[in-house]
Design a protein around this ligand. Structure first.
Ligand code: ADP
Ligand code: ADP
Length: 239
């Protein structure tokens, strides 16, 4: 079943840059889709529009029956709770512990940290610890985020997204800052857990080979437009 419907999506930044010029994408539950394209193509803007980290300027986005652009605060909170985000630069709170970072999912990590940790119910902590163990971070959970390697930080990013129990994961160049070995571990952890949990995933990648290794469907974006959307085997050289 379809969980995300992006129709004629347009984003013009306030400086006039037309980053998205009429994007149409439908995503089904559990689909693992790679978004590829050159730097500046609009990949990051697309992902950020879907949970409204960036406000679109035209078209519509329907996520599980809700119009993202029309969502009021509680609806938007609900949409974001259902979408796990993974960023290139991890977006961890560096001075907080790994466990606190994971508990601060649902974009709550953007807000102030003070006093928040103790307010998490035991059931949430248990769930966070379960995911940390699953991702091999059980020995890191009480360390501060700034003590970790890049690969470990991104595993925390993956863990934070999964702990939300989302229907959709948006991963914006999750391995662009990592060495090949860490890249493999991170991609495997995103892919395997999305498959196991039937989570849909849109992952921005700039390496076509990595996209081909994991995704069956690839969306190619260039100049803010979809120039390819189909099976990985049909990908031609136009991208
Ligand atoms: P990609 O992720 O494919 O590299 P982006 O979505 O980051 O592409 O960028 C698409 C276009 O929008 C580029 O021309 C970029 O410079 C521009 N852009 C991105 N963010 C902003 C912003 N905050 N203000 C103005 N232009 C932006
Ligand atoms: P990160 O990956 O660490 O989030 P980004 O490359 O996405 O960093 O950019 C950081 C900030 O700069 C974002 O808020 C983004 O919207 C903004 N930005 C990116 N490209 C442009 C641009 N061409 N003009 C203006 N702002 C931009």
């Amino acid at each position: 079943s379809m969980i995300l419907n992006v129709e004629n999506l347009v984003k013009q930044y306030s400086d006039g840059t037309l980053a998205l010029n009429g994007i149409n994408i439908k995503i089904n539950q559990g689909e693992f889709v790679a978004v590829i394209g050159p730097s500046g193509a609009g990949k990051s803007t697309l992902l950020r529009c879907i949970n409204r980290l960036v406000n679109s300027t035209g078209g519509s986005i329907n996520f599980m029956g809700n119009k993202v652009e029309d969502a009021n605060k509680p609806v938007l909170r609900n949409i974001r709770a259902n979408i796990g985000m993974i960023f290139q630069h991890y977006n961890l709170v560096e001075r907080a512990s790994v466990l606190e970072n994971v508990l601060h999912g649902r974009l709550g990590y953007m807000n102030s940290l003070s006093g928040m940790f103790n307010r998490y119910p035991e059931v949430d902590k248990k769930n966070a610890i379960k995911w940390l163990e699953k991702l091999g971070l059980e020995n890191e959970m009480y360390k501060r985020a700034d003590e970790l390697s890049g690969g470990q930080k991104q595993r925390v990013g993956v863990c934070r997204a999964l702990t939300q129990d989302p229907n959709l994961i948006l991963a914006d160049e999750p391995i662009a800052s990592l060495d090949p070995n860490s890249s493999n571990i991170v991609m495997e952890s995103i892919y395997n857990n999305c498959k196991e949990m039937n989570i849909a995933c849109l992952v921005n990648l700039h390496q076509v080979e990595i996209a081909q290794k994991y995704a069956t469907r690839i969306i190619g974006i260039k100049g803010g437009e979809v120039i390819f959307d189909g099976d990985v085997n049909q990908l031609d050289e136009s991208i």
